[in-house]
Design a protein around this ligand. Structure first.
Ligand SMILES: [Zn+2]
Length: 294
């Protein structure tokens, strides 16, 4: 790890070492900003800092991997947003043909998560502690085989390199359920978890049968409380108040998109807007919790 951090050319080169083919826009950013001494505290040679003692006691600051879909086409996402000064960004974008482009070095914060939170990280948003990957996809269509191969390989590498815990490999809507719908229910988390060797793949072996937790007329407050507690225990941040409010509803939507897309009728936009948030596969949520506590 020390070698990597001390390599003056380091810019996410771990990925190169593992033969992942990617375009690196970030090298231009490096030379523009004259930040060649990544891993050192300063790029001022006149400070004469002695590097002969290096503590072995450190870890990566990256704690999360967050997946997104662009909604826009590759060209629009890149030109109107990611390469546009003052706009948003992500560390990587994966086009529909599977090509991986690096836009921001992984040791820099990209602006992809915004106002966001997850268990134990409820303060300042997750940009400073995460890597963001954008997949070119409208949100209303399946992802391509090439994208799955690339995102699986890249994510596996990032998770290993930064020692990211398995319940911190998430979707944008998991960490900002009140604002975001990506990555969409079309993303196949089961396959992705298998590709990155995550235990959470086992969640999908449990029946997708769901419970109706709410009707227009009534809901069981204690049942909602239990559900809220389970969602919190997994990592979602929400109040445990027994109320079937907007926050709970949005969090259930996020959970369903991630762990039980069968609840959603993906071909019916109306069902996406209206229906599926009343239901949740409690068995899958319990299985996810059991796997975390294993
Ligand atoms: Zn997003």
């Amino acid at each position: 790890m020390i070698e990597i951090l001390d390599n003056p050319d380091y810019m996410g080169v771990v990925e190169y070492a593992n033969n992942i083919d990617l375009h690196d826009f970030s090298s231009e950013i490096y030379s523009q900003n004259n930040l060649n001494n990544i891993g050192r505290s300063t790029n001022d040679d006149t400070l004469n800092i002695n590097h002969s003692h290096e503590s072995p006691n450190f870890r990566s600051r990256i704690r999360f991997l967050i997946l997104h879909n662009t909604v826009e086409s590759f060209e629009v996402a890149l030109n109107d947003y990611f390469l546009n000064p003052g706009s948003v960004s992500a560390h990587y974008i994966i086009d529909t043909d599977g090509e991986i482009y690096q836009l921001v070095p992984t040791e820099k914060s990209a602006f992809h998560a915004g106002v966001s939170k997850w268990k134990d990280f409820e303060g300042l948003g997750l940009n400073d502690v995460s890597v963001g990957i954008e997949l070119v996809n409208s949100g209303f269509e399946p992802f391509t085989e090439e994208q799955y191969i690339s995102v699986g390989k890249l994510s596996k590498n990032i998770v290993q390199t930064h020692e990211i815990h398995q319940n911190r490999v998430l979707s944008h809507c998991d960490i900002a359920p009140d604002r975001k719908q990506d990555v969409s229910g079309y993303f196949d988390w089961h396959r992705f978890y298998l590709d990155i060797n995550s235990d959470l793949a086992e969640v999908f072996e449990v029946s997708s049968e769901y419970e109706i937790l709410y009707t227009d007329q009534e809901y069981d407050s204690q049942k909602i409380k239990n559900l809220q507690q389970n969602l919190c225990d997994f990592g979602y941040v929400l109040d445990i108040d027994g109320e079937y409010g907007e926050q709970t509803l949005n969090t259930m939507m996020a959970f369903n998109q991630h762990f039980c897309p069968e609840v959603i009728n993906l071909d019916d936009p109306k069902s996406i807007e209206n229906g599926y948030c009343y239901k949740l596969s409690c068995d899958r949520l319990e299985k996810a919790l059991a796997l975390l506590n294993k």
